[in-house]
Design a protein around this ligand. Structure first.
Ligand code: GLA
Length: 546
């Protein structure tokens, strides 16, 4: 299974480019990065780590509820060239960026004297106690190097731990020079942050000789793609977002010409889903920058809390067993309802049936005794009462690890979106798998209907769209897309449109002419904001010869 494969390490450029499986010519970008590295640091890089962005075709805001999603890696990526630094303290890093607006940074981790220091509230206790390196990460403002540091943090604390320090060999991280470049636009919903964190994690693993060392937790002698996903997910929490694992899994595990069905329960599972021929996905940037990390307390993290609290209340209403202090997810509620056992996950058919049922059970989350309640949601007091927990217990379980800001919480609408979206993913996946046995127009139309329903649900129930995304999806449909929806966290960023292959050029031209923010752009700038994309391969490392 895909998550168990090792991270590809290439030593031949022809193998590397062949693996990328894209139409873009990557060679110029890779050699430019290597030359710039040589100019700036006076030596050749030892490695280049690559991690792609992703476009989510369907399954929005359900990964952290542990339901399956369907993204594909895109051709745009982040590259990090790196090499050991000479004459510097252990662990010292100089991080530079090919884009001038991201200025050069230097930082050094410090060993922790005790285990009580953690500036990040979202890290589990267990992680905190296991840590012993500290690296200051500023979560209050957007800083490019935070993502580099986030990747480094996990490598430090997972691969340079006390137990590994028995002997002096490899006990301390080496000092590193690194240079970053990228084509995934920041804040665009194409997962630039996960691509940065994955590339950074990989670069630090590679340069410290940890990629193929005999240290993987499962006893295998290589770090698997699944290991890298887990590490990158935990690392990204350092930047202050409690994201699910979709972006990191897509960036690491995707393969060319397929989307990837990724499920998270009972553990990470990924399998390629071939896309029907003739279906092309076009990304278009709304030009509203959406930063997950900065908007987290009223947006992303608030949604995470709303779905978790909704799950508990539903579990209580359905009489399901809950262990003390448990933070049950909506996926687990669905499973427990039909007696699913931990190591025997229910079939996709069964899951679809349960989701249909949950779509009705979810009515139990509507506020009681108020006509306007469905729109307004419930207050903190009402929510605590519905959870059947004391105020103290409620805070401990749901609010002690995250900061959220809201006067009302939308438990019903959020859960309604999650169950219906999870079902749409399963249907989308099945239509793709069965595509060969249906007429192509029917396949396109069915996929398109599911994507359009997803957009409506994101807009009305999950409230993660914005006026610009609504307008752009509408214009895309008018320009010939079978479907158009926001992709990624939303509140700005990109849309993804399903367009028949023969109509791509005309479609792109029409959207360029009609979406007002595009009118001021031309040439390369315009091509940057709207482009067709082909599924690309996941993260890899190129190792330079001696
Ligand atoms: C962001 C997160 C993902 C996922 C999407 C919404 O991209 O990083 O984990 O939750 O939002 O689907």
């Amino acid at each position: 299974m895909a998550a168990l494969e090792p991270i590809p390490v290439f030593t031949q450029l022809s193998d590397l480019y062949g693996n990328l499986g894209t139409t873009i010519d990557h060679a110029a970008k890779w050699s430019n990065l290597a030359e710039e590295f040589q100019k700036r640091f006076g030596k050749k890089p030892a490695y280049i780590a690559r991690a792609p962005g992703r476009v989510n075709l369907i399954g929005e805001h359900i990964d952290y509820c542990l339901f399956g999603v369907l993204p594909a890696a895109i051709e745009r990526d982040i590259l990090i060239a790196c090499a050991p630094k000479t004459h510097a303290d252990p662990g010292y890093v100089v991080a530079d960026n090919l884009q001038d607006k991201y200025t050069k940074q230097a930082f050094k981790p410090s060993p922790k004297r005790n285990n009580s220091v953690s500036s990040i509230s979202s890290i589990d206790d267990e992680d905190v106690h296991a840590e012993e390196w500290h690296l200051e990460i500023n979560t209050t403002e957007l800083r490019w190097e935070s993502y580099v540091k986030a990747g480094y943090y996990g490598v430090l604390n997972n691969y340079f731990t006390p137990s590994k320090r028995g002997d002096s060999d490899g006990a301390y991280p080496i000092p590193v020079d690194l240079l970053v470049t990228g084509t995934v636009p920041a804040g665009s919903g194409l997962s630039s942050s996960a691509a940065m964190v994955v590339a950074s994690t990989l670069a630090f693993l590679a340069v410290n000789g940890k990629l193929d060392a005999n240290i993987a937790k499962d006893g295998s002698n290589k770090i698997s793609k699944g290991d890298l996903v887990k590490l990158a997910v935990a690392n990204e929490k350092r930047v202050g977002v409690n994201s699910g694992g979709m972006d990191q899994a897509a960036s690491v595990i995707c393969t060319p010409s397929s989307a990837l069905y990724i499920s998270f329960f009972p553990s990470l599972f990924a399998s390629p889903v071939p896309l029907p021929s003739g279906a092309v996905f076009v990304c278009a940037n709304s030009m509203v920058v959406s930063d997950k990390a900065l908007g987290a307390k009223k947006g992303y993290n608030l949604r995470v809390v709303e779905t978790l609290v909704g799950a508990r209340i539903l579990a209580r209403q359905l009489g399901l067993p809950l262990s003390e202090g448990e933070k049950i997810t909506l996926r687990e509620v669905a499973g427990r309802l039909v007696g699913e056992v931990a190591d025997q996950e229910m079939s996709i058919e069964k899951l679809s049936e349960v989701l249909e049922r949950m779509d009705m059970e979810v009515d139990g989350l509507k506020p009681v005794g108020r006509d306007d309640g469905e729109e307004l949601g419930v207050t903190m007091e009402e929510m605590i009462r519905m959870s059947e927990l004391s105020e103290e217990e409620f805070h401990e379980i749901y609010l002690s690890w995250v900061t959220v800001e809201a006067t009302h919480f939308q438990l019903y609408k959020r859960a309604k979106h999650v169950f219906s979206e999870a079902l749409r993913v399963l249907k989308f996946r099945q239509v793709c798998l069965d595509a060969a046995s249906s007429p192509p127009e029917t396949v396109m139309q069915t996929l398109g209907d599911l994507m359009n329903e997803s957009q409506t649900s994101c807009r009305d129930l999950y409230e993660c769209s914005c006026p610009e995304l609504d307008e752009l999806t509408r214009l895309a449909r008018e320009a010939g897309a079978v479907a158009s929806r926001l992709t990624g966290a939303g509140w700005g960023g990109c849309t993804v449109s399903l367009v028949p292959e023969g109509q791509i050029a005309a479609f792109i031209q029409k959207v360029k002419d009609t979406y007002p923010p595009y009118r001021a752009l031309e040439g390369e700038k315009l091509n940057e904001v709207i482009f067709a994309t082909k599924p690309s391969s996941g993260a890899c490392v190129y190792k330079f010869g001696e």
